[in-house]
Design a protein around this ligand. Structure first.
Ligand code: FAD
Length: 472
């Protein structure tokens, strides 16, 4: 018998539920397939950095699988529809008896998988697994079997479920009876633009991901709750790029956390980081439950009536980090340069785009996807709807961040701003958050834009626009 593992967002050999299931019978021939879909990626605004990240990990996955006697084929087609055809042909050619894959929860991906099961389900066994999550979407619900609309009760119910039983990790498969394969020839690069992520920040490979996770859990996790909001400090795990494409699994994160800090599940050290992993789950569960979120729909319908001010010049200033608000600009340049942005800053720049510039949150969501190495629809959409007050946030829509005081509070010495805005490097301490005020006092000129909007006025205009939409 031949078992095919169709790899998608699970580019690893350790703790891969589909791969482990395909390898369970020792006599089965196991083969792997990955299908790149550049046209689909264009429609999903996949970042060239994430495309390069995927490609690098496919190379290492191909090697790790070959060592275990499993060949990995990489195909390049247009879109998901074409991937269904390619998969069918591949199964025919290789006499596949059973297909194994890990579920994806986005709408287009689910429609693709439904098409596959319809097309192939009569001729071969198709088995899907909830591998990208700790608990399957739909398994953590209210007493009425509905999905939670806000995070806190979801998180409580989620932790209760974890107390009842932890999702276990599965081992990487052993070498197949046929023995290891020769080193595979490299496959041709995808037909998609690629930008290499910074290898110091994000060294590719499963081993590098596990190292970073282990190092973070041992050395930094105990201080996470104190340091996680300060972007000048390396206080968060930075494992999101590996999690996004499945080089690392959330189960590996959970078990590593509990090994180092066994009380995390009961509210002890590590509980705050566990809470972040549960935010990731929340947004995935939400997306699976309300597929309209994948169709550019806000969760709160009235917010779709907000009259956005789609000022192109202001949008470009935001993208390029030239708004005249140093914390916003430094953050955008961090993302444009590295493909990653600190969570506190994602909230600040998101709020600035939507609530200071009154620009449609979906434009920000799209721009983030086009830049982030950790871009992931569920978390990105969830994060954007949170900052825009169109989603699952329990806070009221009229809460608006002040970008200057946010900068002063979370970058109190101005170190983060000076790191990313060399034009402000001579401005000392927190004065860097109001560079024009400092320049005026010093009687000097600086090579930095004036604020493109005045926060107080912008705030008033935004409140009016939201209020008008709500009353309509
Ligand atoms: P840590 O603080 O170490 O957290 C550990 C892990 O928990 C993260 O790797 C991530 O998988 C998960 N996590 C943490 N915070 C959140 C959160 N608020 N929502 C969902 N998951 C979370 N995260 C992405 O992975 N991809 C995105 O495309 C993405 N877009 C975002 C857009 C906006 C506007 C906002 C506000 C947040 C977004 N996030 C996104 C969530 C969060 O900013 C990142 O997950 C986090 O900054 C990654 O850094 P880390 O690995 O050091 O996180």
């Amino acid at each position: 018998t031949t078992h095919l593992v169709w790899f998608r967002a699970d580019l690893r050999v350790n703790d891969n539920l589909a791969l482990a299931a395909a390898c369970r019978r020792p006599e089965a021939r196991v083969i792997g397939l990955f299908i790149a879909t550049p046209q689909q990626w264009r429609e999903h605004h996949l970042a060239p950095r994430q495309a390069a990240w995927i490609q690098a990990h496919l190379h290492s996955l191909q090697l790790s699988l070959a060592e275990r006697g499993i060949p990995l084929t990489v195909l390049d087609v247009d879109d998901f529809a074409a991937s269904v055809d390619a998969l069918e042909n591949f199964c025919d050619e290789h006499n596949v008896d059973a297909l194994f894959y890990n579920y994806q929860y986005e709408l287009n991906e689910r429609q693709r998988d439904a098409a596959v099961e319809k097309r192939l389900g009569d001729t071969l066994v198709c088995q899907g697994f909830d591998d990208y999550v700790l608990l399957a979407p739909g398994s953590v619900t209210t007493g009425n079997h509905e999905m939670y609309k806000v995070f806190t009760p979801f998180s409580r119910a989620f932790i209760k479920r974890l107390h009842e039983g932890l999702p276990e990790c599965v081992n990487a498969p052993a070498v197949r009876q046929s023995g290891p394969l020769p080193t595979p020839a490299p496959f041709k690069p995808f037909d998609y633009p690629q930008t290499e992520p910074d290898a110091d920040l994000f060294p590719p490979g499963e081993a590098a991901a596990l190292n970073r996770l282990r190092q973070f859990c041992r050395q930094s996790l105990a201080d996470y709750d104190k340091k996680r909001d300060y972007p000048a400090i390396d206080g968060t795990s930075r494992v999101s790029p590996w999690l996004a494409i499945g080089v690392l699994s959330p189960r590996q994160c959970l078990h590593r956390l509990l090994r180092e800090h066994p009380d995390a599940l009961s509210g002890g050290t590590g509980a705050v980081w566990l809470n972040e992993l549960i935010w990731r789950e929340f947004y995935l569960h939400v997306l699976a439950y309300w597929p309209a979120l994948c169709r550019y729909k806000p969760f709160i319908p009235w917010t779709d009536r907000v009259q956005w001010n789609n000022d192109e010049a202001q949008f470009i200033a935001w993208c390029e980090g030239k708004t005249g608000y140093p914390i916003v600009d430094a953050a955008m340049r961090q993302m444009n340069t590295t493909g990653w942005m600190h969570n506190r800053l994602r909230m600040i720049v998101g709020s600035f785009l939507v609530k200071d510039l009154l620009i449609d949150w979906r434009r920000g969501e799209r721009y983030f996807m086009s830049q982030l190495v950790d871009g992931m629809l569920a978390a990105n959409n969830g994060g954007w709807q949170w900052v825009a007050s169109t989603g699952h946030d329990a806070a009221p829509w009229f809460r608006i961040f002040n970008p200057t005081t946010q900068g002063e509070r979370f970058d109190p010495q101005g170190d983060f701003v000076r790191q990313w805005l060399p034009e402000l490097k001579d401005i000392p301490g927190k004065a860097v958050h109001q560079p024009w005020l400092w320049a005026q006092k010093q009687g000097v000129t600086i090579d930095y834009p004036h604020p493109i909007v005045e926060h107080k006025q912008a705030r008033v205009a935004t409140l009016a626009a939201y209020e008008a939409a709500r009353k309509q």
